[in-house]
Design a protein around this ligand. Structure first.
Ligand code: AMP
Ligand code: MG
Length: 345
């Protein structure tokens, strides 16, 4: 009997360790965190407070569920089903429907600089498989005939994607996921949290000690960070072709952010774009779109909209900040030229 009891305790301890291991959640009195790979990136979630642990577990489960909807490669996903629908109408989940409505509206707003139907072109560059190649101009022109956000039909959650067209939420899905997680964590009673979805940072409240979160601004030309942003209750999202690129046989560098105007990786003088606003999906779309637009058009767009802040880092190494975040940014050192963008020229 005693031996049986000991075996049972050993089994229970083992099962407990397995469960904790599977979710990789560490907790101390008030802090809970989880790090895992999903949506093609490393995700790290940290929440403070009594409910942090259960909130983080629910958040991780939510990310995994959303990934199953939007993966372009998972044959069970809704995006995969749409991309292989041969022009037949499909009813999608409310999450996918909402994200697609938003993505199409933003594609129009950015005049196609952001286009969620760019996938056929992205495939031809091999960014999804890692087997990179340089497509010919003819091939790109042919593939661009399958690109065009204005040809996607959506009514409620009923979507018709014309035959041959393919969707990719790579430039907006993480931001939208971040928004869903922020809502979920708040509903769970979390008042202080830091969510890092592969460089998409979203924070709830301040740090537990009441001070601002300190978010590092990546150096697009090398390792590490070149500065720090002090923020609370905000999303901070960065796009840059330094994140994913390859060097072609011709010696040129080709990045993963494509200019839908010609199908080539965007090369408009910017090394990275960081966007700050409350809404993660808005920041996510904009960082990609403004990167495609280049400095001049990005500044025009910001002056017209005025509902976000941004940091442009040019290929020459100049750091340009919008006036609203002047006092929130500090350089970590280094010889950088910093300038500020004003609302009125
Ligand atoms: P991000 O890191 O948010 O800038 O998103 C880049 C990812 O979005 C790429 O890896 C592609 O999957 C996809 N993408 C590339 N170019 C575009 C574009 N112009 N519009 C929409 N999505 C894009
Ligand atoms: Mg983006």
């Amino acid at each position: 009997m005693r031996n049986k009891m000991i075996s049972l305790i050993v089994i229970l301890l083992f099962l407990g360790a397995c469960l904790a291991g599977a979710r990789k959640i560490k907790t101390d009195e008030s802090k809970a965190d989880a790090s895992f790979f999903a949506m093609s990136t490393y995700i790290s979630l940290t929440a403070y407070g009594k409910t942090g642990s259960q909130a983080i577990a629910a958040a991780q489960a939510r990310v995994e569920k959303l990934e199953k909807l939007w993966s372009t490669t998972d044959e069970e996903s809704e995006v995969f089903a749409l991309n292989h629908s041969n022009g037949v109408l499909l009813r999608v989940s409310s999450e996918t429907g909402e994200l697609l409505h938003f993505a199409l509206a933003m594609a129009q707003e950015t005049e196609g600089a952001f286009d969620p139907t760019i996938y056929p072109v992205l495939l031809s560059w091999g960014f999804t498989t890692g087997e990179n190649r340089i497509p010919t101009k003819d091939e790109l022109e042919r593939l661009l005939q399958k690109v065009g956000y204005d040809r996607v039909m959506i009514e409620g959650n009923d979507v018709t994607l014309p035959d041959g067209m393919q969707l990719d939420f790579g430039a907006v899905g993480k931001g939208y996921t971040g928004d869903i997680l922020v809502k979920l964590l708040k509903e769970e009673g979390v008042k202080s949290a830091l969510l890092d979805l592969g460089g998409n940072i979203q924070v709830i409240g301040t740090r537990p000690d009441g001070r601002n979160w300190r978010v590092g601004l990546r150096n697009p030309f090398g390792d590490g960070y070149l500065g720090v942003l002090e923020v609370h209750d905000l999303a901070v999202v960065t796009s840059g072709n330094y994140e994913r690129y390859f060097v072609g046989e011709d010696g040129n560098t080709y990045g993963h952010i494509i200019d839908p105007a010609d199908g080539y990786p965007a090369k408009n003088g910017l090394a990275s774009v960081t966007v700050l606003a409350k809404d993660g999906k808005y920041c996510d779309v904009l960082s990609t779109a403004l990167f495609v637009m280049g400095r001049e058009k990005a500044v025009d767009y910001w002056r017209q909209h005025r509902d976000f802040d941004m940091i442009l880092i040019t290929q020459e190494g100049e750091i340009c900040l919008t006036e609203g975040i002047k006092d929130q940014f500090s350089l970590s050192g280094g010889d950088w030229e910093v300038s500020f963008m004003e609302y009125d020229e």
